[in-house]
Design a protein around this ligand. Structure first.
Ligand SMILES: Nc1ncnc2c1ncn2[C@@H]1O[C@H](COP(=O)(O)OP(=O)(O)OP(=O)(O)O)[C@@H](O)[C@H]1O
Length: 365
């Protein structure tokens, strides 16, 4: 569906992106300045699934929106196929919109309840003048089939569908403009676990079928591990580590990534889920700690950590880490203390639900 991309040059790059919210003043007082994203740089390659992971409030969704220029950055740039999105006029940006799509966490909130499913899916086709009325109807029917729904559903309204089906409608809408890149902002976290597997399956199939590039914003490490090729770990608006998915899960380098991995529930011999939680709360993004933002919760923190922001270092080809003492931590063997994560057996669930996927078309009346 998307144009074939054969080059290894990045498809989309974030360059020192910064986004701050608030900080304004009024007669009733001011709103505190929120440091949502602070100096994020990354490069997404064509055809890959790139994941952004971190705890709630770390800036993942804001970063996802910045990457598509759905919101304007305070500073920094986003480069798509070698062109700065920030330098584009509103008209040029509108032309690019169909290539850069987003799927939201809450499919119910993101679908207009007063529009039929056919109009919701057909709107991008109409907006981008991709087809006339009759052809648009055919295209909507085809998209409904592609996402596992029925052409007849075009005349129904979002409330007539289950959560998983509504997410399929959101995906069909994202596909309607023949996108190149789709950002999935927690695309399955609002769904039941069984339905999550179906939607993940669908996204993976569509990615292969249409040569899409995916950016998945999520907090669920099992989903991340299953779906992604490379992962960026965010903490309080900054990326602390970037790595290919297997390398990250086999040997996390940053103390925060190590702590996140430890927080994955692992089956214990007693059959209960053992879980090590990160100590303390995430500091407020209105007053991020100086130096390394993780130092207030880091078991390895030393005086330098509260004084100087750690540089982003290349730990291995394609692997970066931002921690003053990451080498010492590995040498001291504390990396080895991190139990290899055993994510819930998503793969088994996926194959089970793959077999049942045909049933997904049996839509609730
Ligand atoms: N429009 C906004 N105005 C003010 N603050 C905002 C706005 N959008 C996000 N924020 C704040 O920016 C910070 C990062 O939010 P963001 O939603 O990007 O985090 P997140 O990692 O996606 O979290 P979650 O998974 O809970 O959505 C939070 O403190 C949030 O309250």
């Amino acid at each position: 569906m998307s144009d074939a991309i054969t080059t290894d040059a990045p498809l989309l790059e974030a360059k020192a992106l910064v986004k701050r919210f608030g900080g304004g003043h009024s007669l009733l007082g001011g709103s505190p300045l929120v440091h949502a994203v602070d100096g994020v740089s990354l490069a997404i390659r064509p055809g890959e699934t790139f994941a952004v992971v971190g705890e709630s409030g770390c800036g993942k969704s804001t970063l996802g929106r910045l990457l598509l220029r759905l919101i304007e950055p305070t500073a920094g740039d986003v480069v798509y196929r070698g062109r700065s999105l920030m330098a584009l006029s509103a008209t040029e940006m509108r032309g690019l919109r169909r290539e850069l799509q987003i799927i939201f966490q809450d499919p119910y909130a993101s679908l207009n309840p007063r529009m039929t499913v056919g109009d919701i899916i057909g709107e991008p086709i109409w907006l981008h003048r991709l087809a006339g009325r009759a052809e648009r109807r055919e295209r909507v029917a085809e998209l409904l089939r592609i996402v596992g729904l029925l052409p007849d559903h075009a005349g129904r309204y979002p409330h007539e569908f289950s959560g998983g089906q509504r997410q399929r409608i959101g995906i069909a809408r994202a596909l309607a403009g023949k996108p190149v890149l789709i950002v999935g902002d927690e695309p399955v976290s609002a769904l039941d676990v069984s339905i999550q597997a179906q939607v993940i399956n669908l996204l993976e199939e569509l990615k292969e079928r249409f040569g899409l590039t995916l950016v998945i914003v999520a907090h669920d490490l099992a989903v991340i591990r299953h779906m992604s090729d490379r992962v960026a770990v965010m903490y309080l608006g900054e990326i602390v580590e970037q790595a290919p998915v297997d390398a990250l899960f086999d040997a996390p380098l940053h103390p925060y990534t190590q702590a996140l991995m430890k927080a994955i529930p692992v089956p214990s011999p007693a059959g209960r889920q053992a879980k090590t939680l990160l100590q303390g709360d995430v500091p407020s993004p209105t007053a991020p700690p100086p130096g390394c933002r993780f130092h207030t919760r880091c078991p390895h923190a030393r005086p330098l950590c509260s004084e100087a922001r750690p540089p982003v270092e290349e730990a291995a080809p394609g692997r970066t880490v931002a921690c003053h003492f990451w080498r010492e931590i590995q040498d001291a063997g504390s990396g080895a203390l991190v139990a290899p994560p055993t994510p819930p057996n998503l793969a088994a669930r996926l194959s089970l639900y793959r077999a049942r996927q045909k049933d997904a078309a049996a839509v609730h009346p």
